[in-house]
Design a protein. Structure first.
Length: 148
């Protein structure tokens, strides 16, 4: 449950900081890479955060990848998942509630969230808190349980 500093996080951040298009990150698409793709959309979820799904398709059930944005002063819904999850913080800062622990997170940090661990995060900074969420296997709403 502690912060981890590993090659996985460094590699993921490096890839994501490159030019990202839905063409590059379209999973399970039957179209050619040369055909135009629908733009990626950010959606406000019931968790009180904004999510852009980069990879989450039934054709690749091994994992999912989403960019999450928490506005200043917002605390996300307390919940747990039936899948493993990692947060890779791109920018901003926050206070992560993970089980019985509180962890301050900042840009460049990675947090491993074990299956079934109660969690939420508060943006206690002066800008949006932005992180990538990697779930293994992939996130589906059936894996989510609200604790509020």
């Amino acid at each position: 449950m502690a912060l981890t500093d590993n090659m996985f996080a460094d590699t993921l951040l490096a890839l994501l900081k490159k030019e990202m298009t839905s063409e590059v990150f379209s999973a399970g698409s039957s179209s050619s890479r040369n055909e135009p793709q629908a733009p990626l959309l950010e959606e406000l979820t019931s968790e009180r955060l904004h999510v852009t799904e980069y990879l989450n398709h039934q054709s690749n059930p091994a994992f999912s990848l989403a960019r999450c944005r928490v506005p200043q002063g917002i605390t996300t819904e307390k919940h747990r998942l039936t899948v493993a999850e990692w947060y890779v913080v791109e920018s901003g800062q926050g206070l992560m509630f993970l089980g019985d622990s509180e962890i301050q997170v900042n840009a460049g940090d990675t947090v491993q969230i074990p299956v079934g661990t109660p969690q939420n995060i508060t943006n206690d900074g002066h800008e949006d808190l932005v992180f990538f969420s990697v779930c293994m296997p992939r996130f589906e709403w059936e894996t989510y349980q609200s604790l509020e």
